[in-house]
Design a protein around this ligand. Structure first.
Ligand SMILES: [Fe+2]
Ligand SMILES: [Fe+2]
Length: 196
């Protein structure tokens, strides 16, 4: 499966623009897609999920596009090597909605709901924290979200070196105990990451 080929020409163009604007976010998006694909493989294998090939293709497409809205965030905020101010944080949090707005007219009926939900809600947590409240978080959003958090912690940032896997899981499990992520999801992620 070549996930990039599942994108429309305009979605590919947006992704190229993101690559040129902020290579880190571009490459993060591709890694989140790979992790999401591996998570679906293992969760299907353990019969925790039952995603079809087509479901997986759509969810992975959503994972590639989850941060596409960062294209519309000021570079100064996107690449700031310091803590964001409240205003900057508010601006950054717009990337979810801006991303969905940028691609919504090009989503097929089959994929619209899933990709919309991934773009809009990948920062929402089971404990109710996040940019906005969402009463229910379907499993595919939770999968992309936990992969997103792991990759963000594991990667080098302008303001810090990437954490090692143990440090990442200590943080993710800490949040999981607080109810942000289901424990089972973190166990599967650990299996996936330790196999890479
Ligand atoms: Fe995001
Ligand atoms: Fe992300």
């Amino acid at each position: 499966m070549n996930d990039i080929n599942s994108l429309t020409d305009n979605q590919k163009h947006l992704l190229c623009m993101l690559r040129d604007k902020d290579y880190e976010t571009y490459i993060h998006s591709l890694r989140v897609k790979d992790l999401t694909n591996d998570m679906i493989n293992i969760m299907n294998a353990f019969a925790v999920t039952d995603y079809s090939k087509k479901d997986r293709m759509i969810i992975c497409k959503g994972a590639i596009l989850h941060d596409i809205g960062k294209l519309y965030i000021d570079s100064g905020v996107l690449k700031k090597a310091d803590v964001l101010s409240d205003d900057e944080m508010r601006h950054m949090s717009q990337h979810t909605r801006l991303g969905y707005e940028a691609i919504k007219n090009e989503l097929s009926d089959d994929e619209h709901e899933v990709i919309k939900n991934i773009c809009l809600y990948h920062h929402e947590r089971l404990d109710g924290r996040g940019y906005e409240k969402k009463a229910e978080l379907p499993m595919y959003i939770q999968i992309v979200s936990v992969c997103d958090v792991f990759d963000a912690l594991h990667s080098d940032r302008i303001y810090r070196k990437g954490l090692n896997k143990d440090e990442c899981f200590a943080i993710i499990r800490g949040r999981g105990r607080g109810g942000a992520f289901g424990g089972m999801l973190v166990d599967f992620l650990e299996k996936v990451v330790c196999d890479i």
